[in-house]
Structure formats: C-alpha cells, structure tokens
Design a protein around this ligand. Sequence first.
Ligand SMILES: C[S@@+](CC[C@H](N)C(=O)[O-])C[C@H]1O[C@@H](n2cnc3c(N)ncnc32)[C@H](O)[C@@H]1O
Length: 270
Amino acid sequence: MDNAELYEKGNNMQKRDALESLQDYADKIKWKQYGARILDIGSGDGTVTTRILKEYTPQNYKIIVGCDVSEKMVQFANDNHGNERTRFILLNIENYPPKELMGSFDHVVSFYTLHWIKNQKSAFMNIFDLMTEDGSCFLIFCGRNPIFDVYRTLSKRSIWRPWLENVDRFISPYHDSEDPEKEITQMLDNIGFRDIYVTCKKKHFVFDSADAIKSAVKAVNPFSIPSELYNDFLEDYLEVVRRMRIMDEANNNQSTVKYEYDLIIVHASK
Ligand SMILES: C[S@@+](CC[C@H](N)C(=O)[O-])C[C@H]1O[C@@H](n2cnc3c(N)ncnc32)[C@H](O)[C@@H]1O
C-alpha cells in the first residue's frame, strides 16, 4: 500500500468520499478564513490533499502539511504536488509527534487512513495535541467494510496464508464493532475533545467493470504478494467477492457492481 502510482489509478472511491464529505460538512468544519494551518494525516500520493482538500479550504490559508508513514508516498507527493504553501512530511500518527508540531494546526483532517491504526487512543491523543487551542479536526475512515471479510477469507487459503498471516493488522478496529459511534465518542470525550460529532454513514460505490475493481484492490492492497502470483491473487479475490455476494449487480448490467460499506465521519474541537 505504498505504491503511489497504483494508488493514484485506483482511488476513485476515496476521492469521491473525500469530496462529498467536505461538501456535506462544510458548515460544521467552519474553516478559519485567514492564515489557516492545516494538517492532512495519511496524505498518500497527495492527490486528495492538493486537488480536493485545497479546493474546500479558504484560499488565504497559510500552509497545508500532508504527513504519511510511507517514505515513498511522501517523496511522490512532494515531487508531484509540493510547493511553497504545501509540503509533505514523514510522520507516523501512532507515535508521539515532534515538539515543534504540537499545537500548530487550526484544522487536522484525515481521509481513509485512521482505520489502519491499531492504537486508536494514541493516534487520537496525538491529533488532539497537534491542534491549536481553538483548533478542530475532521476525519473520515472505514467502519464495517466487506473488503475486510475478503481479506479474512483469503487468509485461510493455504496458498495466500504466508502473506496474509497478519491479516488482523489490516482490518479496521471498527469492522466488528456493535456501536462504533458510541465507542469513538467515548474515546474522544475521555481524551478531552469538545463538540464531538461522530456518525457512521451507509455508503455505496458503483464499479463499472471487473478491471475497475482490480484497480481499486491493487490501490490499497497491504499484502506483499510476489509479482508472479499477483494475477492469481486478484482472480481469487474476485472469486471470493462473487461467492460472498458482497457486490450486487446494479442497473441490470452484468459488469456493473454495487459495493456497500460504512464510512465513519468525525468532527470535534479542542
Ligand atoms: C488509503 S491511503 C489514503 C490516502 C489519502 N488520504 C486519500 O484519501 O486518498 C492511506 C494512507 O495512510 C498512510 N498511513 C497508514 N498508517 C499511517 C500512520 N500510522 N501514520 C501516518 N500515515 C499512515 C498510508 O501510508 C497511506 O498512504
């Protein structure tokens, strides 16, 4: 999942959701109108940061910093999207951030990243510490998502077991939650966040071909499958998808499939 070129080709669903949520929650976010300092956690290839987020922030912002745990992603984002007011840095949000970044951001945002993080409390405490005293955060990440059931099924097949042994590492902590909204609200409240808003939204995305699904799978696949086995892995993946009836035909078109999942949306102030 650190191949920026592959991610750029297969991230239509992530881009659509970032755009829709920024539109839907613009009133709640209340962007600082002048001189805003914005941090985007898990900025990946930098497309969402620079093509979507930037469109929704007041144009008088001071700086947008994207951060990511992957050196390759940071390099790609800086090479392709960096400029005097946009830069990308290496930062693992699970670890204690450098002192000079503490209390520095009026808005901390994150798109499709926080479900990768096992130590949720530590990540949310760091987000809190990175915000200015009157700062706020806007975060979207995966809740229940059928992709995680596919991972689990594939991990039981002997051919894929060696590479999917640590499958739980890549399953959202909220995939099996009874009440993710309550769980997250409680955690944020304990940390000290105010004006907490958490919702778990039912979403769907329509893929128009098997190739579009493969491209989306390749964009986020976290497992190091050897290249000579990669096509077999993708075929098996699609076979599991069909067998589990995860994707239903949409619009009576055999090659169009509808994929349903829950997206968690969080807004909170310090
Ligand atoms: C699915 S991509 C999302 C990229 C972008 N935000 C978007 O919406 O298109 C998730 C990104 O989170 C990064 N990531 C995963 N764990 C992280 C961590 N602990 N700290 C910072 N970034 C992390 C990954 O390297 C990856 O680039």
